[in-house]
Design a protein around this ligand. Structure first.
Ligand code: A2P
Length: 332
């Protein structure tokens, strides 16, 4: 039998490092690993599963040695250039960037939601945006039961979602507080002691690209191309784990107790919802976990059949690394 060989592209990044951690926990049947990054990191050492590996510079020849799988987490430009090269050489690529997510022939997969899509791949499988992943894990079981009519997303996103440079801006903000005059590596304004309603670039229609991603990716994953969705995505001074307020309107009516039961029974969800005892999910609850936490579940009295949810997940794990590794597990 052929050996399973896995390449990690972007192995030195925040998501890349989290992928390594998740892989160490899972102990998958993979015989060989290789780690790639930019020329800046070539030669760096990585300790992984009790062995020492050397980070290699990613080049157009990197996939010549015949990898079975690759997980890319090095941004859209790297993915656009190198993922097709890897796929052409028979490697199945799971890509974390937004480069291929909306391509018609690329499955966009959250294993709890649409695992059946994986088998439709033609060499590349896309991992959705971090904010989309946690939202659809919570929304899919509700859509199946009550048929979603409209969604309003408001997000509170951690700085780790912006990679090492985002974390650096946050830490520099703490160090220099109360001064706000220090060099910013990632964000357009200081993020410490601040909230920025601005994630990714602005589009002509006034939305940000992050908001557009949440709208389009939700429609694709739920297979509802015309679903009414609006979104406001906000970067908040939290180190890790994204929180989302999700307002949902359904076609069908629901009993609140039954809706909570649907969420409790759904895969990958932990319901933490006991307002009487002031119990609800926070970012600290979800750090280092793979589940999506749901709470503050309450009826929206302003419409016929609506609910408000508070949805929290570790954006580096379920929002990126763990979701990609779960896709790999399904492939294996
Ligand atoms: P490097 O560490 O060499 O810059 P983050 O999102 O945390 O900033 O991580 C981005 C990841 O993508 C890093 O591992 C980074 O490597 C990698 N990367 C960035 N540009 C390239 C490139 N041109 N080729 C390969 N890897 C890249």
């Amino acid at each position: 039998m052929n050996k399973n060989k896995l390449a990690i592209v972007g192995a030195t990044g925040l998501v890349g490092q989290t992928i390594l951690k998740v892989l160490e926990e899972k102990k998958l049947p993979i015989e060989e690993y290789a780690f790639f990054a930019s020329s800046r990191s070539a030669g760096k050492k990585i300790h992984f599963l009790e062995k020492e590996y050397t980070v290699q510079e990613l080049t157009t020849n990197s996939f010549d040695e015949g990898f079975t799988y690759a997980i890319f987490s090095a941004g859209g430009e790297v993915a656009k250039k190198y993922a097709p090269i890897a796929a052409a050489k028979g490697c199945i690529v799971i890509d974390n960037s937004s480069a291929f997510r909306m391509d018609g022939d690329v499955p966009l997969v959250v294993p709890e939601v649409n695992p059946g899509e994986i088998s439709n791949h033609q060499g590349i499988i896309a991992n959705p945006n971090c904010s989309t992943i946690q939202a659809v894990v919570a929304l899919k079981p509700l859509d199946t039961k009550y048929h979603i009519k409209r969604i309003v997303y408001s997000t509170y996103q951690a700085v780790s979602g912006a990679g090492y440079k985002g974390v650096l801006d946050f830490q520099n903000g703490i160090t220099h507080y109360p001064s706000t005059s220090y060099n910013l590596a990632k964000f357009p304004s200081p993020i410490f002691n601040n909230c920025l309603p601005h994630i990714d670039i602005f589009l002509e229609n006034g939305y940000t690209k992050e908001e557009e991603k949440m709208i389009n990716e939700t429609r694709k994953i739920l297979k509802k191309p015309d679903l009414a969705i609006t979104a406001t995505t906000v970067r908040v001074p939290v180190l890790n784990s994204h929180s989302e307020s999700i307002n949902v309107e359904f076609e069908k009516d629901f009993e609140l107790s039954e809706l909570k039961e649907v969420l409790q029974k759904a895969p990958g969800i932990v319901v933490k919802d006991d307002s009487y005892n002031e119990m609800y999910p926070t970012t600290l609850d979800s750090n280092d976990k793979d589940e999506v936490f749901v709470g503050r579940i309450r009826r929206d009295f302003s419409v016929n059949s609506g609910v408000n949810l508070w949805v929290v997940a570790d954006n580096l794990r379920k929002g990126a690394a763990s979701n990609a590794v779960q896709i790999l597990e399904k492939l294996l």
